[in-house]
Design a protein around this ligand. Structure first.
Ligand SMILES: C[S@@+](CC[C@H](N)C(=O)[O-])C[C@H]1O[C@@H](n2cnc3c(N)ncnc32)[C@H](O)[C@@H]1O
Length: 290
């Protein structure tokens, strides 16, 4: 389904008040809301609401909220592109190097070099062989974040084959919760964790977003990685904020170059700050901190 950004300009003081009102008005739908500073000197801020479904209905409610605040604004629309990226995912089965990680199938065990952090993944029904620019971008970014921050626990949301969860367990030797909306992927993830001898550290659980009691038991996380699409990532921003430790890091991917600013805005609206963006094959991997 296509997503539409509804946006308008406001002064900082207005934008803050509108942001708070929109959070309440759209709490049930969990629509992402973002405020970005366009020009500090001229006090120009842009407020965005990301809508799917019936955009006219959302816009009418947005207008009502603004009218209720006595701050009616001319609202603009931008249609955000849809991406069928899963079809682009399994592009080849040669081993992949990303930083110290070497992701390979059983037939390439002999190509491992000393010093490699080898991850054996059999191409199966779950996404994540390391070939996609989003997965390799996450592997590179995770290596840097772990080296600098020494997280004590982590979440891999949208784990697929568990390639990222296994990478974290092997690199940082920390417990990693690996979740996926797809029970088939979770089965593959658990199998791959066993195959890579990190079963004791990687727990694979079926969960859509943060809907599972295990999050209450395991949060807050020092590090969250989520390689899913831009739209669900924006929708998940408030939940990410609730489940990250103070000073914790999130690594996001599955985002096209042109979707980067929208995703960053949705997270800045939740008091995250942007640290770094990696560009790989038209995709971006973003590191944000709270
Ligand atoms: C592109 S794959 C990423 C797999 C692996 N983490 C990687 O980086 O290669 C995205 C995965 O996220 C899962 N997913 C999509 N939306 C999700 C959601 N809302 N909650 C949990 N998992 C989700 C999909 O089932 C899929 O396995």
């Amino acid at each position: 389904m296509t997503q539409t950004r509804l946006y308008f300009i406001a002064r900082k003081i207005e934008a803050e008040c509108i942001f708070a009102a929109l959070e309440v008005a759209f709490e049930d739908e969990g629509l992402p809301i973002a405020v970005i500073e366009v020009d500090e000197d001229r006090d120009i801020h842009e407020v965005s609401l990301y809508a799917d479904g019936d955009v006219d209905v959302v816009e009418a409610r947005l207008k009502d909220t603004l009218t209720g605040l006595a701050l009616p604004k001319p609202i603009e629309r931008e249609t955000l592109p849809d991406v069928d990226w899963v079809t682009r995912s399994l592009e080849g089965l040669k081993p992949v190097r990303a930083g110290r990680f070497f992701v390979h199938g059983a037939h390439d065990r002999d190509s491992r070099r000393s010093g490699d952090l080898a991850i054996e993944i059999e191409a199966g029904l779950a996404f994540g062989t390391g070939h996609h620019g989003t997965t390799s971008g996450c592997l590179e970014m995770l290596e840097q974040v772990v080296r600098r921050e020494q997280p004590r626990n982590a979440l891999d949301l949208g784990t697929g084959s568990a390639v990222l969860a296994i990478a974290l367990a092997k690199l940082a030797h920390i417990p990693v919760l690996a979740t996926d909306i797809d029970p088939v992927a979770v089965k593959v993830a658990a199998g791959n964790a066993r195959l890579n001898h990190v079963k004791a550290l990687v727990e694979a659980v079926t969960a859509p977003g943060f809907h599972h009691p295990i999050f209450a038991a395991r949060a807050p996380f020092d590090l969250i990685v989520a390689n899913i699409l831009a739209r669900p990532l924006m929708r998940l921003a408030p939940e990410m904020a609730r489940h990250i430790s103070l000073g914790g890091s999130i690594v996001l991917s599955g985002i096209l170059d042109r979707q980067r600013d929208a995703v960053v805005s949705a997270y800045v609206g939740q008091q995250f700050r942007h640290v770094r963006t990696l560009h790989r094959e038209g995709w971006v991997t973003i590191h944000l901190k709270r």
